[in-house]
Write a protein that binds this ligand. Structure first.
Ligand code: HSE
Length: 309
């Protein structure tokens, strides 16, 4: 049996559309055991229980199957137990985490039989997700810059400045990434492209070296305004936060908001402002940056939910 742990992620970070991502210390955990009977069963505990499929159509199972197929190895019968904490449909990388969970589980099950380097893991995850900005930090942790070449996706991992204190504001409603992507134009004005190139370059410096530049560095003209009509509460709260000096952006495709604070006290101030001024309910998650990324460990037998006496 293998046990996998995968962090939540926030992608885009404002200007870095489909490129920048940050791993956050909130985790989905998965146990996978091999059984004689073919097919797969899935038990979901926590987020998604009673909602996500529990057969072979489950995204984690599909990611395991995709990995076995990619390496030309027959898929064994599988029993999965998923303990989920990452909210679904909120822009916190839950689908990327499910895909990475499956790929890492397959890596663990094939240990000693197939070697997986970082580039191959990212390629497998990107095949399924379609863009690498969530799966790169989910796999490798920290801040990642991901880009796509004709030979496949690539990434660079960076360690963020220790002051950087992320706050994620999670609403009760969900947003579809496919819908958000459909709202974007095929082309953008050249000056908007230049605007985003400058801000995303600055954002890397702000995140690793100069957190005082986070507000200036998180401006965006490539995606947020086009998607704002589909998530008006998100748009209004980001405007309020930014007017008050906080570096607030849409987290991934939304509707959650990521506030990149330059220190923990600024994060408390942002959460207080939201509690006092927002018209709708937002769950504030004060999360550390995860520096490790996804892990997989071989376990002798399934852990019981009952603590040992
Ligand atoms: N870069 C992606 C988007 C992240 O904004 O559509 C969400 O999957």
């Amino acid at each position: 049996m293998v046990t996998v742990k995968v962090p939540a992620t926030s992608a885009n970070l404002g200007p870095g559309f489909d490129t920048l991502g940050l791993a956050l210390a909130l985790y989905d955990e998965l146990q996978v055991s091999v059984r004689d009977e073919p097919g797969a069963t899935v038990e979901v505990i926590g987020v998604g229980a009673g909602e996500v499929p529990t057969d072979e159509s489950n995204l984690v199972v599909r990611a395991i199957a995709h990995t076995f197929e990619a390496v030309g190895h027959p898929l064994p019968g599988l029993e999965l137990v998923a303990r989920n904490n990452i909210p679904h449909g909120r822009g916190m990388g839950s689908s990327g985490a499910a895909i990475v969970s499956g790929i890492m589980a397959a890596k663990g099950l094939l240990d000693g039989i197939v070697e997986f380097d970082a580039q191959r893991l990212l390629a497998l995850a990107n095949d399924m997700e379609g863009h690498p900005d969530n799966v790169a930090p989910a796999l490798f942790g920290g801040l990642t810059i991901a880009w796509v070449t004709p030979e496949g996706p690539r990434f660079k991992k960076l360690i963020v400045h220790r002051g950087v204190s992320p706050l994620v504001l999670v609403p009760e409603h969900v947003m579809s990434t496919a819908l958000a992507r459909s709202l974007q134009p095929q082309s953008v004005p050249h000056e908007d492209a230049v605007f985003n190139v400058s801000r995303s370059a600055l954002l890397v410096a702000a995140l690793i070296q100069s957190p005082e530049l986070l507000h200036a560095a998180t401006e965006d003209k490539l995606h947020q305004s086009y998607r704002a009509s589909a998530m008006p509460e998100t748009d209004r709260l980001i405007t309020l936060l930014r007017e008050n000096g906080f570096a607030a952006v849409v987290s991934g495709a939304g509707p959650s908001i990521l506030v990149l604070c330059s220190d923990p006290s600024q994060r408390l101030a942002a959460a207080e402002l939201v509690a006092q001024k927002s018209e709708t309910r937002w769950q504030p998650l004060m999360l550390a940056v995860d520096f490790k990324g996804a892990t997989v460990t071989a376990t002798a037998e399934r852990q019981s939910d009952t603590p040992a006496a």
